[in-house]
Ligand binder design. Structure first.
Ligand code: SPV
Ligand code: MG
Length: 433
């Protein structure tokens, strides 16, 4: 008699007794086909898995209770069910309530069409991959530099959108690490940190003109990385002398940084948000491509991303120059393109993305909505952007707050009047535990 087909969906990032129990019991019903959630599918509702799809697939495929493995690309089981038409779908009984409730109803309705049945086994208590990860992996796993370095690339590949915000100090890094907001569309948090040349300079009371030495920046990053787990993107201005670039990249990679962004300007650096860019010059396409080639050759791992930042709009050069550069930089090996703009709408960067998306040289796009801050993330996504960098907001917030405190104490000759507007000491002490 033909053996029955049993469909079991799992992410199987850290395999534990709960998974084995389910697979064991499922295999008693027939040939088990595992619908293994892809990285994209997992990222939709929880953190990106530690092991990528292929690493997880090898483990599951080699279990003797498993007959076959197919990718499940979304949370929706139905596309796979329609193809496989299993006699049974097996799941733990923990999905009757909570976020998976709707998926459960869809599964029951779908398999009814060919008289398939849902079999639910008691959920194995006290063991959950999510808890295991929270308690063990998070800090340890990503404190190994190579794991953290590759995280950004994996997120860009797996998630629809990656959200990065400036962290100019270890404390700011902790806020980026821990801030989470519950929304109707799911929990929102930050995916990574931006080491900004602007805020690293301002923090030290200096202009954003490369007056802060690279070694100071590297030391500052080290302190942030020591106490956080999220990936970091490094603002390298124009990368400095091409002869020094391999050493910069080596240092960043060794620290566990995930990406370097190099802008195509030359001469004395001036922040791009200044209105007057009269003395700022853009590099020739040829020279900048050489820089990108040196950068890509210098990295130890392809997971460390080299991103080219185009300043054509900043310098008033227009879209044709920007597109020409994007194609050339992509061909020279850039993994992604940051298209910068300082007008108050996303008009020019959206026009750029509309054309660049059709190019065979397309690489993922980054937006820095400092001047066009009214733009919603959903509109960036719709227009083909994969990464957003909120480039200076944490420092701007603290600068404003510090000014208010300093003024209030002087005005009132005591500190009580400002107490309600600043963190309580108790709040801050949670970081001293
Ligand atoms: C930075 O944050 O330092 C940047 C972005 O490079 S911008 O300030 O817009 O130039
Ligand atoms: Mg900068």
């Amino acid at each position: 008699m033909k053996k029955k087909i049993v469909y079991v969906c799992m992410s199987a990032d850290i395999l534990h007794a709960g998974h084995i129990n389910i697979l064991e019991r499922a295999s008693r019903l027939g040939n088990v086909v595992v619908g293994l959630m892809t990285d994209q599918a997992i990222s939709y509702y929880k953190k990106i898995p530690f092991l990528n799809y292929y690493q997880r697939e090898i483990v599951i495929r080699n279990l003797n209770m498993v007959h076959g493995v197919v990718p499940q690309n979304t949370m929706d089981y139905r596309p796979n069910l329609r193809k496989i038409k299993p006699d049974y779908v097996v799941h733990g009984d923990d999905w009757k309530n909570g976020v998976l409730k709707e998926n459960r109803s869809q599964v029951i309705k779908e398999i009814k069409k060919w008289s398939g049945k849902l079999v639910e086994f008691p959920y194995t208590k006290n063991v959950s991959s999510t808890n295991l990860k929270e308690s063990f992996f998070n800090k340890n796993f990503y404190s190994f530099n190579s794991n953290r370095t590759s995280l950004l690339k994996r997120m860009i590949e797996a998630k629809k959108f990656v959200r990065v915000i400036e962290a100019h100090s270890p404390l700011a890094g902790l806020i980026v690490e821990n801030t989470k907001v519950k929304k109707k569309t799911g929990d929102a948090d930050y995916d990574g940190m931006w080491s900004s040349s602007l805020t690293e300079s301002l923090l030290r009371g200096k202009p954003d003109n490369q007056s802060v030495e690279l070694s100071t920046r590297i030391n500052a990053i080290n302190e942030v990385l020591e106490i956080t787990t999220k990936p970091m993107v490094f603002d390298a201005d124009n990368g400095g002398r091409v002869e020094h670039l391999p050493f910069t990249i080596k240092s960043l990679e060794r620290q566990g940084v995930s990406a370097i962004i190099i802008e195509d300007k030359i001469g004395l650096k001036k922040n791009s948000l200044f209105k007057n860019q009269k003395n700022a010059k853009q590099d020739s396409i040829k020279n900048f491509c050489k820089k990108l080639e040196v950068a890509t050759k210098s990295r130890k791992s392809d997971d460390f991303l080299i991103i080219a930042r185009i300043e054509s709009f900043i310098l008033g050069k227009g879209i044709n120059d920007a597109l020409k550069r994007a194609n050339a930089y992509s061909k020279a090996g850039a993994d992604g393109i940051l298209i910068h703009s300082k007008i108050d709408t996303p008009k020019e960067i959206f026009k750029f993305s509309k054309i660049f998306r059709k190019s065979k040289n397309f690489k993922f796009l980054i937006a820095v909505p400092s001047s066009y801050s009214k733009t919603y993330e959903k509109d960036l996504i719709r227009n083909g952007f994969s990464v957003v960098i909120y480039a200076n907001h944490m420092l701007r917030a603290s600068y404003l707050a510090m000014n208010q405190v300093a003024e209030s104490i002087l005005k009132n000759s005591r500190s009580a009047n400002i107490e309600k507007k600043i963190s309580s000491i108790k709040d801050l002490l949670k970081y001293s535990l």
